[in-house]
Design a protein around this ligand. Structure first.
Ligand code: HEC
Length: 130
């Protein structure tokens, strides 16, 4: 009886891990990895990117004037493992980095720009899709 329960629990754990991996790695079929941002609106995000002047320091796809080379290009950022070399690249990590980069890297050239939680959510959704 005990061995049955152990085997069953192990089966469930393995299933959950595999399901988790599948969901995290699922893509559009074109090799484009997507990181889902709950409650993030990419269209609003584009507007927030323009309002906050992110493009003065970054190249960002689909934002005409975003051609700054102060910081890294934010192209296909969904494939990157770390942001700013310090924050794991998850939706939450992205939101926190965009709001308070200096909380992670006090000496980074990227300033804290007063981005709201919702704006950061929208920006993350945009950056992961473009
Ligand atoms: C004054 C220039 C400047 C502005 C304005 C700026 N950034 Fe940055 N950003 C940087 C620099 C420099 C880095 C590299 C930081 C590091 O590695 O420490 C960076 C890093 C990043 C990263 C991580 C990139 C990577 O490859 O690891 C993201 C994402 C990002 N910025 C998003 C934004 C967004 C969104 C805005 C607008 C809300 C913005 N930045 C505004 C300079 C800027």
């Amino acid at each position: 009886m005990r061995i049955l329960i152990i085997t069953l629990s192990l089966g469930i754990v393995i299933f959950l891990v595999l399901a988790g991996l599948y969901i995290r790695e699922s893509d559009h079929g074109d090799g484009h990895l997507t990181r889902m941002v709950n409650g993030g609106n990419p269209q609003q995000g584009r507007g927030a990117i323009i309002r906050h002047g992110c493009g003065s320091c970054h190249v960002i796809a689909g934002v005409g004037k975003a051609s700054g080379r102060v910081g890294p290009k934010l192209l296909e950022i969904e494939h990157q493992v770390y942001l700013g070399g310090v924050v794991p690249n998850t939706p939450d990590g992205m939101i926190q980095w965009v709001r308070e980069p200096r909380g992670f890297s006090p000496e980074t050239a990227m300033p804290d720009l007063g981005v709201s939680e919702q704006e950061a959510r929208d920006i993350a959704a945009y950056l992961y899709e473009n």
